[in-house]
Design a protein around this ligand. Structure first.
Ligand code: 26Q
Length: 804
């Protein structure tokens, strides 16, 4: 074998060294791993740029419609493997780095997670961006470049502690600063007459400037742009104040601008009524709308053709103020009549709803809205009077009128962002079939009767590039060998696996991949928690934000019941199980944080009890994020999707697990229902009340105390937790949490417990027959290709945006 030095170098090898020297400023001897990582990204970026410019040129030349996805969250994770894979450069890069004595897999780990989102909604936005590029749709994502994204979770003595995540501390080689693409964003001030029209004179103006990241589609077909806004003061330093010795006061403007993009709000359901949040929403909505309208007018010369060339999708109500901002630009700056502007706005904008939880629907106190955005307040009133007039004409009654109004008049007056988004859009979609039906029946019932053609469904999806190819190359290879590579370009082609479900050799190969993924996960879990787990045990995984409606507590109570059962009946043929939890609680969500502590308390007790060792382990993986999902999901045997029916809009983790060959234990909620319809009722473990039954039970005066007292297993587990068996240092720690179950149990834990426990024993029974388990796993992989975000985006493109 010739040594590396004697081999001719490849162009990629040379490029990396060139970049390392000229742009990172290090030679091969001085370079640290992080310098090599930066050089690798910059070298790859050079390859992406040609494609990016070509995509941009093509978009201009075609003069077609562009899609703008407005989202306050983009939960991207790492980009290196994604971009390499989509550019088909993984092998070439791997070899080039090896020649320099480096390991690509090691460098990949140096990339921080871009965690500019809370959970499902933010991750969906990231999957959508990738699918838009993969489907060759000209699209821009718009959001905020938070300096501190999602907090880092540390577990201290079992309690969650939040620490700032500094993802930008070593710079971000993916981004391009576009200081020239900048807009003025106003706040406060007053509205004055201005020859015939009106003019808003803001009291404060901040500059939004663009930072662009390329988004590479599958097979490098198209590279789109994710444009994140950062903030600057117009006058970053007051020199006179500085020279007079007031060094802090001199920088006050820049500090105020900075605060706008400083942090992501870490709550994913209960919106805070904080002024800063509304300022963030307007800052990014205004910058995005100004950018969109500027680009349109520059190329098309006529603002009236906006709906023919522009589709704006609002990711929940977080950017809903964009409706009023677009109206303001059309009326005040482009001098259109209000009615024409309203027609243009509605034909341009569409809105996606992600939650039915009434407490999660955004509304702003009217005085705050008026003080911060006086002109938008007037526009909201003008929209409202038109909408209410239409409702009157339709003969809707007082109850309907009050529900439709953009202003909530019950108690302290508030601006309802969902009503603004709904009325300002031509399409309002839910994210799974059940969720869309419930939207029509509940929160939007009256708006739906006024505008019956507006609500439609677009069931969520996930990108199979990140969530199969990249996170599970072993499984991808096995599938390729079995059915050929067509599924790489169309995930629905995975159905070809159905015909092979009885092929024991295929089942064996898939099981071997799963085992090796479980070994990797076991190793990492050992490193993160110190707990040693058996890779041959059933890996039962629940990873998602911690929320009472997601019912991690149901899973934990079942763990305690199982623990009791194993100890009472050690002679039985128990299936060795590892219950794996992960997820963050909103910092202000008391019960969610207590549930994390309970998981850790239960884990400590069970994991140290020799009487169940080898049969039951519980682990809580700290700081769950996208990168951890990428190794946890391929290692899972069982996927926990156990929300109270009617409360999880869709879920997207459910899709990722099934695609990676895990079986689901779940309720008839969100997209679980459609997953069941695709994989077949026999290939999923369904339990619990339906959404309709939950509603009926609540209406009937549900008495959880009777249910708990009627279920010996549940009673024993709840009592043990309540009495401090898992918290001997503070026996009362969980008393209130457990009393909540007895007294109200809003999330129907008790009502579903027996059914859940029985489903878990069904899981055990199937697991005992590995042939049967493997067959079901194959049917899952085969039938969830439909949940590709390519399919979802195709539907948005055809049915909402008119771009395909
Ligand atoms: C609003 C105002 C102020 C502060 C925070 C918020 C806020 C932030 C994030 C409200 C909600 C969210 C996130 C919601 C979310 O992630 N919803 C999930 O969306 C997924 C994608 O559609 C679904 O699969 C999940 O079912 C849904 O819970």
């Amino acid at each position: 074998m010739p040594s590396n030095a004697e081999l001719p170098t490849t162009p990629m090898q040379d490029l990396i060294v060139d970049v390392l020297r000229k742009r990172v400023g290090k030679d091969e001897r001085a370079a640290k791993p992080h310098d090599w990582y930066t050089a690798t990204v910059l070298a790859l970026r050079d390859k992406i740029i040609d494609s990016w410019m070509e995509s941009t040129r093509r978009t201009y030349a075609d003069g077609g419609k562009r899609v703008y996805y407005l989202s306050l969250e983009f939960l991207i994770g790492r980009l290196l493997r994604d971009a390499l894979n989509n550019m088909d450069l993984t092998g070439e890069m791997d070899r080039a780095l090896k020649a320099h004595g480096l390991d690509l897999a090691v460098l990949e780990e140096l990339e921080p997670d871009a965690a500019l989102g809370n959970g499902g909604l933010g991750r969906l936005a990231a999957c959508f961006m990738e699918s838009l590029a993969s489907l060759d749709i000209p699209a821009y994502g718009y959001g905020i470049r938070y300096v501190n994204g999602m907090f880092r979770q540390r577990i201290d003595d079992g309690w969650q502690v939040e620490l700032p995540e500094t993802w930008l501390s070593h710079g971000n080689p993916w981004e391009f600063d576009r200081r020239e693409s900048a807009y003025r964003i106003g706040f406060g001030g007053e509205v004055v007459e201005d020859n015939g029209g009106v003019k808003w004179n803001p009291a404060e103006v901040i500059e939004a400037s663009a930072v662009d990241t390329p988004v590479v589609g599958w097979r490098g077909k198209r590279v789109n742009t994710l444009r994140l806004w950062t903030a600057h003061a117009l006058d970053p330093i007051k020199l006179d104040a500085f020279n007079a010795g007031d060094h802090v006061g001199a920088l006050e403007n820049e500090a105020r601008a900075d605060s706008l993009v400083r942090v992501l709000y870490p709550a994913d359901s209960t919106p805070s009524g904080q002024e800063l949040r509304l300022r963030q929403e307007f800052f990014f909505s205004s910058a995005s709308i100004q950018d969109i309208v500027r680009r349109h007018v520059q190329y098309e010369k006529d603002v009236r053709t906006l709906p023919d060339k522009v589709a704006i999708q609002l990711n929940d109500t977080h950017p809903a103020v964009a409706v009023a901002e677009l109206m303001r630009l059309l009326v005040d700056h482009h001098h259109l009549e209000f009615d024409e502007a309203w027609d243009i706005t509605k034909r341009t904008v569409a809105y996606t709803n992600h939650t039915l939880l009434p407490e999660a629907l955004e509304s702003w106190p009217l005085p705050l809205f008026e003080r911060l955005l006086p002109r938008h307040m007037q526009i909201v009133y003008a929209i409202n009077s038109r909408v209410l007039r239409e409702a009157g004409k339709k003969g809707l009654g007082a109850e309907a009128i009050s529900a439709i109004s953009l202003i909530d008049e019950n108690g302290e007056r508030r601006v309802r962002m969902a009503n603004l988004a709904f009325t300002g859009a031509h399409s309002v979609n839910g994210v799974a079939a059940l969720h869309t039906d419930l939207m029509k029946q509940t929160v939007f019932a009256h708006l739906h009767s006024l505008y019956p053609d507006r609500i439609n469904n677009k069931t969520n999806g996930v990108t199979p590039r990140r969530w199969l190819m990249q996170c599970n190359p072993g499984l991808t290879n096995v599938i390729c060998d079995a059915i050929g590579p067509d599924f790489l370009d169309d995930a629905e082609k995975l159905v070809a696996l159905n015909a092979l479900a009885d092929d024991a050799a295929l089942g064996e190969r898939i099981a071997m991949v799963k085992r090796s993924n479980k070994l990797v996960a076991a190793e990492r879990i050992k490193g993160l928690t110190g707990v040693r787990i058996d890779p041959d045990a059933l890996f039962d995984v629940q990873i998602k934000r911690i929320h009472e409606y997601k019912r991690q507590l149901l899973n934990l109570v079942e763990a305690v019941a199982l623990y009791d059962q194993i100890r009472s009946h050690p002679e039985r043929d128990w299936v060795p199980r590892v219950k794996i939890f992960g997820g963050k609680a909103a910092p202000s969500y008391h019960n969610a944080k207590l549930i994390i502590k309970l998981a850790n308390d239960i884990a400590r007790r069970i994991n140290s009890d020799p009487s169940v060792s080898g049969l039951l382990k519980v682990v809580f993986v700290p700081n769950y994020n996208v990168s951890k999902a990428e190794w946890l999901i391929p290692a899972a045997d069982l996927s926990e999707q156990i929300s109270t029916a009617g409360m999880e809009a869709s879920g997207t983790g459910n899709m990722k697990f099934a695609l990676n060959g895990a079986l689901t234990i779940g309720t008839l909620d969100g997209a679980n229902i459609e997953i069941m319809e695709h994989v077949g009722r026999d290939n999923i473990f369904i339990f619990g009340l339906t959404a309709e039954e939950v509603a009926a039970k609540r209406a009937d005066g549900y008495q959880p105390r009777h249910v708990i007292e009627g279920s010996p297993e549940l009673l024993q587990a709840v009592e043990a937790i309540a009495n401090g068996v898992f918290s001997p240092d503070d026996p009362a720690r969980y008393r209130d949490l457990m009393n909540g179950l007895y007294d109200s149990d809003w999330f129907m834990l008790a009502a579903d417990f027996d059914s859940y426990a029985a489903a878990q024993r069904d899981v055990d029974a199937v697991w005992q027959d590995q042939g049967q388990w493997r067959k079901k796993a194959i049917h899952n992989i085969a039938n969830v290709g439909w949940f590709s975000s390519d399919r979802t985006i195709g539907e948005y493109a055809k049915e909402i945006w008119g771009v395909m």
